[in-house]
Design a protein around this ligand. Structure first.
Ligand code: C2O
Ligand code: CU
Length: 543
């Protein structure tokens, strides 16, 4: 079989089998000088090998551009991301950038974005947090068919709610977000007043290459990297969940994510943020990864002005406090640049790769001033507490008011047939029971994390919910409105929302390893009838 034939077939999933079967012979793919260990480990799911064959032919990604238009195309395409000097990963991109373009629109804008797919697998785009009409939500098999290679789909909606959002593929998302298919989506309010407004997007990678499937469970990746003949094992989808039983007992091992990035770069390669004395600075921090991080801003007092894009009422200044941010969450942080020098915003902790998760604030014309040193292992700093922050203000819901529907979601980790599954009320998707509402219903949901060691950052599509209580204690400060809420083991939260956006919406854990292993349900409007009919041949993978 000739190499030409192999390349021509890049779009076919058959390719994975072909390459796996002749991994020692596909010399052409190695000519670009990439090292073999990286290539070898990039082959866990069948799509990975195909993606890699394509990525090897591509040049490096470009810096994330800012798009300030309301009509444009996002092209999903392969590329190579240099995360730090000497370390390049094969990635999937929007417009050859990771993160994809920073999209900035004005509140009220009508936007029309065409997704063009130049990847070997079908893709989609979900606008995380932004309430769009159901047909634009980007869920393969639920709201649309996944967009096949070579084809396009146009998303059109009005950006009604200001705030910090993000977009990502929702097709096989545990793998596709892992590969880099995400970007920020900022809806600017009219008359905004920040002098500097930066996106700080967090993610984690496997330094050996590869995407989600390669790392689930307790497989030893260093060994996989070293063994050039192990590709057959890695291409076996059934090996994806690792040692039977181990995962459920030990909780979910995420240690394979040892390379942490901010805006697609790690450590010294992260582009610093320029400020000048007197500026009002806003950082829009977005966690696109599957792990929580705690961040420390040095040298400044700061305020949390929004959570998941929704404003906090009268936020007070904080100092030497850690900000925890879970998968899918966003925090807007604002501060006055009043301390010239060079300062870090950095992750604290001992997780693998933590030292790479830092970004510098660099005052213009401030040489000779403070030059900061990292102190990422400093412990004992208080952690920002969402439930006692800001001041009470206008609130849509209370704990006492009547609700049309009260629903409990018990979130659990179980072992079924030797693998870990993540359950809602004891069931794994697609067996989970939908939350059934009627338009106009006021809905109260009690979320309980019964897992021993897993966080569950729960994300509801198409709606915001207000957080009313944590562990039985009502919130004391500002009303807190979110679309993604992290529950640590043992925690209980009560949230409420109005069913005001008809459709069939996903409600799932944004540790997408958990979602792909069961922790997904739907919020279904009984008075809504979808006109979409899924094509069984589209290869839709909604979770
Ligand atoms: Cu960020 Cu269902 O997704
Ligand atoms: Cu979870």
């Amino acid at each position: 079989m000739s190499i030409q034939w192999v390349r021509a077939a890049a779009a076919a999933s058959l390719l994975a089998v072909v390459l796996a079967g002749c991994s020692g012979k596909n010399a052409e793919n190695h000519k670009d000088g990439m090292d073999h260990t990286k290539m070898n480990t990039d082959s866990a799911p069948s799509s990975a090998t195909a993606a890699h064959a394509d990525a090897a032919a591509k040049s490096n990604t470009e810096a994330t551009p800012v798009i300030r238009q309301t009509e444009f195309t996002l092209t999903a395409q392969p590329g190579n991301l240099e995360v730090e000097s000497g370390k390049t990963l094969p990635v999937w991109t929007f417009n050859n950038a990771v993160p994809g373009p920073e999209i900035r629109v004005q509140q009220g804008d009508r936007v029309k974005i065409t997704l063009q797919n130049e990847l070997p697998e079908p893709v989609s785009i979900h606008w995380h947090g932004l309430p769009v009409p159901i047909a634009m939500d980007g869920i393969p098999g639920v709201t649309q068919n996944a967009v096949p290679p070579g084809q396009a789909f146009t998303y059109e909606f009005t950006a009604n709610t200001a705030g910090t959002y993000w977009y990502h593929s929702h097709q096989d998302s545990v793998n596709q977000i892992d590969r880099g298919l995400y970007g920020s989506f900022i809806v600017e309010p009219k008359g905004d007043r920040a002098d500097r407004d930066y996106v700080v997007m967090l993610d984690e990678w496997m330094s050996q290459g590869g995407a989600a499937d390669a790392g689930t469970g307790s497989m030893d990746h260093s060994q996989m990297a070293a063994d050039p003949h192990s590709s057959a094992v890695k291409n076996d989808p059934h090996s994806a969940h690792g040692t039977p039983g181990a995962a459920a007992a030990a909780g979910h091992d995420m240690s394979m994510y040892d390379l942490l990035t901010i805006n697609g770069k790690s450590g010294a390669s992260v582009q610093s943020l320029a400020v000048k004395q007197g500026d009002n600075v806003r950082l829009r921090i977005i966690n696109a990864g599957y792990k929580s991080h705690v961040l420390h801003l040095h040298g400044h007092e700061w305020r949390v002005t929004a959570t998941d894009g929704q404003p906090v009422h009268n936020p007070q200044p904080l100092k030497d406090t850690l900000l925890a941010i879970a998968p899918g969450e966003r925090y807007d942080v604002e501060f006055q640049a009043n301390n010239p020098g060079q300062w870090y915003l950095e992750a604290h902790g001992t997780e693998p790769g933590v030292k790479g998760l830092k970004i510098q604030l660099a005052y213009e014309g401030a040489s000779g001033h403070h030059s900061d040193a990292p102190n990422d292992s400093a412990a004992n700093l208080p952690v920002f507490n969402l439930t006692q922050y800001g001041q009470p203000g206008k609130s849509a819901f209370t704990l006492e008011q009547p609700y049309d529907l009260v629903y409990t979601m018990d979130l659990g980790t179980e072992e079924k047939n030797g693998t870990a599954v993540y359950t809602i009320n004891g069931k794994a998707y697609p067996e989970t029971d939908a939350v059934k509402v009627k338009k106009g219903d006021n809905v109260m949901v009690k979320l309980v994390n019964r897992s021993k060691s897993d966080d569950h950052p729960m994300h509801l599509h198409g709606h915001f919910f207000q957080v009313l209580s944590k562990n039985g204690k009502p919130l004391e400060g500002s009303p807190i409105v979110k679309d993604t809420l992290n529950l640590k083991p043992g925690e209980t939260y009560v949230v409420a929302f109005q069913a005001d956006n008809s459709g069939d919406w996903m409600f799932h854990c944004h540790d997408l390893h958990h979602a792909s292993a069961g922790m997904v349900t739907h919020l279904v409007y009984s008075d809504y009838k979808s006109t979409f009919v899924a094509d069984p041949k589209a290869g839709n993978k909604p979770e």
